[in-house]
Design a protein around this ligand. Structure first.
Ligand code: ZN
Length: 240
């Protein structure tokens, strides 16, 4: 079974649906989904995104926005737009969804993989953006491979190096240790507004990176209707 790797879905259902359709076509078989945190926050359809994730065999770790929306975390570390979105999200979640988010573990080890939102240095808040940041994480990584979210950037770090990952690239599962980020599905920040994701094929021994166009205007219209902050709406068009 191929595994769809998603990070930072951020309640962007149009993007999540487009990614699942693209990944299913590519894999040619039913998928399982691993979510690297922040299923909710920023976007207009948190309940629908949780429901969609739960329709698949899945693993899910908690992100900072998931915990803020369930009021496990306060919003004092959030910028005003993120805080406003977290408050709106908290106001629309049902008890069952709140429980799903709150009960998600911070770190999961599954076979050769560790999955965590931030890093093993700080599962909720640490951003892996530079090689120096990744060193502390890699020193703690017990499995050959790890997958993280949080920075919203498709990146690959390994012992002594790191780089951006381009659409269509694959990382071989050949024992070389890495920690990779598929990119921020629901709110890309690398200048490409298409939704990023990764596909893990354990039989073929590779992790491949992909992008898919989705109906950005549909998500933006729902955000406007919900009264979410304008800068969060605008940035989806730019992928920044
Ligand atoms: Zn995020």
């Amino acid at each position: 079974m191929s595994i769809l790797i998603v990070a930072d879905v951020h309640a962007n259902l149009a993007a999540f649906e487009a990614v699942i359709a693209d990944a299913t076509a590519r894999a040619g078989a039913p998928l399982a989904i691993w979510s690297l945190g922040d299923v909710v926050g920023y976007g207009p359809q948190p309940r629908e995104c949780i429901a969609l994730l739960r329709r698949y065999p899945h693993l899910s770790v908690a992100g900072n926005h998931d915990l803020a929306a369930t009021e496990v975390l306060g919003t004092q570390n959030f910028n005003p737009y993120a805080a406003a979105a977290a408050e709106w999200t908290a106001s629309v979640l049902g008890d069952e969804e709140r429980r799903f988010l709150r009960d998600a573990p911070l770190v999961v080890e599954e076979g050769d993989f560790t999955i965590v939102h931030g890093s093993l240095t700080d599962p909720v808040w640490d951003y892996l953006l530079r090689v120096q940041d990744a060193g502390a994480h890699l020193a703690r990584q017990q499995t050959p491979y790890a997958l993280v979210g949080h920075s919203h950037l498709p990146l690959d770090f390994y012992d002594g190096g790191g780089r951006d990952v381009a659409q269509g690239e694959s990382l071989p599962l050949d024992g070389r240790r890495f920690v990779a980020n598929p990119g921020g599905l629901g709110q890309p920040r690398d200048g490409d507004p298409r939704a990023p994701y990764a596909l893990l094929d354990r039989d073929a021994g590779r992790l491949s990176f992909h992008r898919v166009a989705y109906d950005i205007a549909a998500t933006q219209a729902l955000m406007r209707e919900a009264g979410l902050p304008a800068p969060l709406i605008d940035r989806l068009s730019r992928g920044r």
